[in-house]
Design a protein around this ligand. Structure first.
Ligand code: NAP
Ligand code: ZN
Ligand code: ZN
Length: 354
């Protein structure tokens, strides 16, 4: 029997139920584990999709949260990479098989038998499923723990653990850089990081938004140009002009309208994960040898590379800090696109709640 630690968390028992305080058990750190006192946790739209069972398959109770920053408070006997007091991060994965071809290539997110998600995945140690970062503490194998550059604000760095890597990885994979015009669609948590990172990689960035209130601000985030995507004339001006498009929209939208903006041989990578399929018209693709692709988070080594890149370029998220008790309201606001640009939970609010 593995010994456990009773831990306060925030989560939900059902798709229609609001999130509220609940108790979970974490394993006591085993030889390769670190125990992290969670300081901040970002709120990703995937948390909403999962808590509300919008992608079917949610295991309840569900404790979301995979943009975790905290301080190590204890370490197992064989931990060599970290020590008590280190400030660290945990993203979307807490384990993988570590022996398949993809794990060996540092692509643990595409692990053949499947990576272990930080929440909503079978727990390899306890007879339950994994619980995420809306909690006081988490226990994670040191190989899935990241170092946070010490020049970054910790709360604003939390969203790098998902929104940062999910945008960095495809931008890097498709060799985005100087001389290229890159579109970022949907200026939410992921999209606003996409703008900052693509700009830091040297590309010319065009932001596409449905929100008039984000129009002026997208330039402050680093976009060279901004397009109100509901305006057909503004969209038409970019036909055939973009080398690459990163699509971070969380809901159904017309994907062909964006594919038509690609140059010949251009690629559109989807990182947004709407519940319903997005129909792609054959002629959108074949009339320019275009690619329609997807990308999921990034591997552990690449996540550390992204954090170091953000440290060098002083990149963090623009955040609105909330107490955990405001999480249900935050979810509703996020669904309406009313967040600039990422909610981050100050976990002191959970620790203080009776
Ligand atoms: P978010 O902060 O809610 O941002 C989504 C943005 O999409 C909104 O701010 C809005 O931008 C736009 N949008 C929303 N509804 C729309 C609609 N009906 N039509 C057109 N545009 C709409 O969400 P997020 O946390 O960035 O996540 C975005 C998506 O990526 C989610 O589906 C999430 O699950 C997924 N995700 C995927 C990965 C991965 O590994 N691939 C990782 C994390 C998240 P504007 O106001 O600018 O139009
Ligand atoms: Zn996420
Ligand atoms: Zn594997």
């Amino acid at each position: 029997m593995i010994e456990t630690i009773s831990t306060k968390a925030y989560g939900t028992e059902a798709a229609e139920a609001p999130l509220d305080q609940l108790g979970i058990e974490r394993r006591k750190p085993t030889a390769h584990d670190v125990e992290i006192d969670i300081l901040f946790c970002g709120v990703c739209h995937s948390d909403v999709h999962t808590a509300r069972n919008e992608w079917p398959g949610t295991l309840y109770p569900c404790v979301p949260g995979h943009e975790i920053v905290g301080k190590i408070v204890s370490v197992g006997g064989h931990v060599s990479k970290f020590k008590v007091g280190d400030v660290v991060g945990v993203g979307c994965m807490v384990d993988s098989c570590r022996e398949c071809q993809y794990c060996n290539e540092g692509l643990e997110q595409y692990c053949e038998p499947g990576m272990t998600g930080t929440y909503n995945a079978p727990d390899k140690h306890l007879n339950t499923h994994t619980f995420g970062g809306y909690s006081e503490r988490i226990v994670v194998d040191e190989n899935f723990v990241l170092s946070i550059p010490d020049n970054l604000d910790l709360a604003a760095a939390a969203p790098l653990l998902c929104a940062g890597i999910t945008t960095y990885s495809p931008l890097k994979h498709w060799n985005v850089g100087p001389g290229q015009k890159v579109g970022v669609v949907g200026i939410g948590g992921l999209g606003h990081m996409g703008i900052k990172i693509a700009k830091a990689m040297g590309a010319e960035v065009v932001a596409f938004t449905t929100s008039e209130s984000k129009f002026a601000e997208a330039k402050r985030l680093g976009a060279d140009e901004v397009v109100l995507s509901k305006d057909k004339e503004q969209m038409a001006a970019y036909r055939g002009k973009l080398h690459f498009i990163l699509d971070a929209v969380s809901a159904e939208h017309d994907i062909n309208a964006y594919i038509s903006l690609l140059r010949v041989d251009g690629s559109l990578a989807l990182v947004g994960a709407p519940e319903q399929p997005l129909p792609v018209a054959a002629f959108s693709l074949i009339t320019g040898r275009k690619s329609f692709a997807g990308s999921m988070i990034g591997g552990i080594a690449e996540t550390q590379e992204m954090l170091d890149f953000c440290g060098e370029h002083n990149i963090t998220a623009d955040i609105e800090m909330i107490d955990v008790q405001q999480i249900n309201e935050a979810y509703d606001r996020m669904v309406k696109g009313d967040v600039k640009y990422r909610f981050v939970i100050d976990m002191a609010s959970l620790k203080e709640e009776k």
